[in-house]
Design a protein around this ligand. Structure first.
Ligand code: PCG
Length: 154
């Protein structure tokens, strides 16, 4: 049977392989490992729904996810990118105290995430420049002209 201390050490070790967290001191990493929760999502599950409110930050510890966005003037959701082990998501709604700006969907055969709540995220990770300076290129995507095949004609 694994003790709490062994689990904490496992968590610290897996956090050390996350590029976002590379610059953190052992002290902060230990605090992150102490507060994080492990969550599992089956394939197809909406981990985040665009437009919903949310208070959770996610780091993928195994599996991959699909990020989709509804764009003005388009009927369907657009697939933006896929993210995998060591990638993170869900920081935008926490930084701006706003709604989720995209949907995130678990891919085959399921996804395991390390999650932090809003307060822990703000305290421990909110000041990382990688997070503050992240630019997904949403502006360009929103302002892109609608190409003819996607327009509807009478
Ligand atoms: P959040 O909280 O808005 O929830 C959806 C998440 O998808 C978002 O935070 C980002 O972490 C993540 N994401 C990944 N790629 C993109 C992208 O191109 N645009 C946006 N807005 N979010 C993205």
């Amino acid at each position: 049977k694994r003790t709490g201390l062994q689990r904490l050490q496992d968590n610290i070790n897996s956090l050390k392989s996350v590029p976002l967290l590379e610059s953190l001191s052992n002290d902060v990493l230990t605090k992150v490992a102490d507060v994080l929760e492990v969550e599992f999502y089956p394939a197809g599950a909406y981990i985040i729904r665009q437009g919903a409110s949310g208070d959770t930050f996610f780091i993928i510890s195994s599996g991959s996810v699909k990020v989709t966005q509804r764009l003005p003037g388009h009927l369907d959701e657009e697939e933006i990118r896929t993210l995998g082990r060591g990638d993170y998501f869900g920081e935008q709604a926490l930084l701006k105290e706003d709604c989720r700006t995209a949907s995130v969907i678990a891919l085959n055969p399921g996804v395991e995430c390390l999650t932090l709540d809003r307060d822990s995220f703000n305290q421990l990770l909110g000041s990382l420049s990688e997070i503050k300076e992240k630019d997904y290129g949403d502006e360009q995507r929103m302002n892109r002209p609608v190409i003819p095949e996607q327009q509807e004609y009478d």
